[in-house]
Design a protein around this ligand. Structure first.
Ligand SMILES: Cc1ncc(COP(=O)(O)O)c(C=O)c1O
Length: 437
């Protein structure tokens, strides 16, 4: 028997190794513990508010597990809709101020569902060039023409929309971008979309829990309730759970229930995840000091590291080369600090970075020490490897297998292992936009 597929897999693995973009998924930590048993400070994950291990959130997960069992056991339209899903959707409406919410099994599925269900025959999709891989994948699955416009550039969006007269266009952006931590100019984007009757989908994955005192950027800008602004979110970052949701009008919810394939043909969200996220959402509303703490801690990190504070939890430190970024991550890990490491091809602009996440629950002396170490290691890395990065590295890495995580925004990688395989992969990531080689 020939080993065609075994050889092919070996070849692909060799290519990845040669290009230095192999990813791993090691068991890294429980509550910040490194394999050697040392405590580590986690400035790499997306648990911005520290709710994943909050005892009230964990108790809510236990309660839902006890009441409803380990699984929803079926898709939502069969027998998989449980009272805990309704409770969750109500809590997400309280959190975001939106009239209606529909829970999905992941944020990824929510993005797939909303773009495919809102596009269709005669539609086109425009994505911000830094949009998350799930939005790119959703656009591809929509089987309609799609393109990108320059990151956060309302003028370019206007131009792209003007070039599509009479088309039904869905525009998708993030509110706060994951790698650079920058905010979308949502008010201007909405104005531009309205001029062209386009619909704006805003992924608040990194905005909820952080922006607008936790209730998201759309809420803080007074854009809630508009029928031409649709919000998506994940429950797996600031809410410390798992799952995703789409928020908007009741008519939108009904449309998704009837047409979103990633909702219809997917088992309902696990009860424990729904229970945990319900409590987490209510905690974000009742305790805005959580989001305030993220902002304050982000300021500490940014000022110690000598970068301008971003709009989100993520503070992004440019590194002179991918090698320097990896070395800095490893040095920091050895010093007990986990940070993300992003490098081409997963960074939208080809610049390798340390991604340092501010968290509500890493404060005081711990924060000062950790941020101080990050600042020192980053400084040394820059001095050690002053070589500027070019597009060549990006091009080189593009040919290798990379998961279609494609957005440009990598995610975290605590050194050799991703903390969050969903949004990030470790030392190497996916091509920003939509190629995966
Ligand atoms: C901007 C953005 N959208 C969507 C997702 C997908 O969410 P989930 O992990 O819940 O699938 C992520 C991260 O994983 C993200 O960073």
């Amino acid at each position: 028997m020939s080993d065609v597929w075994g050889s092919w897999l070996r070849e692909r693995a060799e290519l990845r190794a040669e290009r230095g973009v192999e990813r791993f998924d090691p068991v890294l930590r429980l509550g910040g513990r490194l394999p050697g048993g040392h405590d580590a400070l986690d400035l790499a994950s997306n648990d911005y508010l520290g709710l994943a291990r909050d005892e009230r959130v964990v108790a809510a997960a236990h309660d839902a597990l006890d009441r409803y069992g380990a699984s929803a056991t079926a898709s939502r339209l069969v027998t998989g809709t449980l009272p805990v899903h309704r409770d969750l959707e109500a809590a997400l409406c309280r959190l975001t101020g939106q009239p209606s919410a529909l829970a999905f099994s992941t944020g990824y599925a929510a993005n797939l569902g909303v773009l495919t269900a809102l596009s269709g025959r005669g539609a086109e999709i425009l994505l911000d060039a830094h949009a998350h891989a799930s939005l790119h994948d959703a656009a591809r699955m929509s089987r309609v023409p799609y393109a990108t416009f320059a990151h956060n550039d309302a003028v370019d969006l206007d131009r792209e929309l003007a070039a599509r007269p009479g088309r039904r266009v869905v525009v998708a952006v993030e509110s706060i971008y994951s790698v650079l931590g920058d905010a979308a100019p949502l008010t201007t984007l909405v104005e531009v979309c309205r001029r062209h009757d386009a619909l704006l989908v805003v992924d608040e994955a990194h905005g909820i829990g952080v922006a607008g005192r936790g209730r998201g950027l759309v809420h803080s800008l007074g854009l809630v309730g508009a029928t031409d602004v649709v919000v998506t979110m994940t429950l797996s970052k600031a809410l410390g759970s798992q799952g995703g949701a789409v928020l908007g009008s009741t008519a939108l919810r009904n449309h998704l229930v009837n047409t979103a394939r990633s909702f219809i043909f997917d088992t309902g969200l696990a009860p424990a995840a729904a229970g945990a996220a319900t409590t987490a959402a209510d905690l974000v509303v009742t305790d805005p000091s959580l989001a305030d703490a993220v902002r304050a801690n982000a300021q500490v990190i940014a000022s110690l590291c000598g970068v301008e504070q971003s709009a989100g939890a993520v503070q992004s430190l440019p590194m002179p080369s991918p090698e320097a970024a990896v070395a800095a991550c490893l040095d920091l890990r050895a010093e007990g600090v986990l940070v993300g490491c992003f490098r081409p091809p997963s960074v939208p602009d080809g610049v390798s970075r340390l991604r340092v996440t501010a968290r509500a629950d890493v404060t005081g002396e711990d924060l000062l020490q950790a941020a101080g170490r990050v600042a020192r290691v980053a400084r040394v890395a820059r001095q050690r490897a002053p070589r500027p990065e070019g597009g060549a590295a990006v091009e080189r890495s593009r040919a290798v297998d990379a998961p279609s995580t494609a957005r440009g925004l990598p995610t975290v990688a605590a050194v050799e292992g991703p903390q969050d395989p969903a949004s990030s992969s470790p030392l190497a990531q996916v091509p920003p936009h939509d190629t995966d080689g």
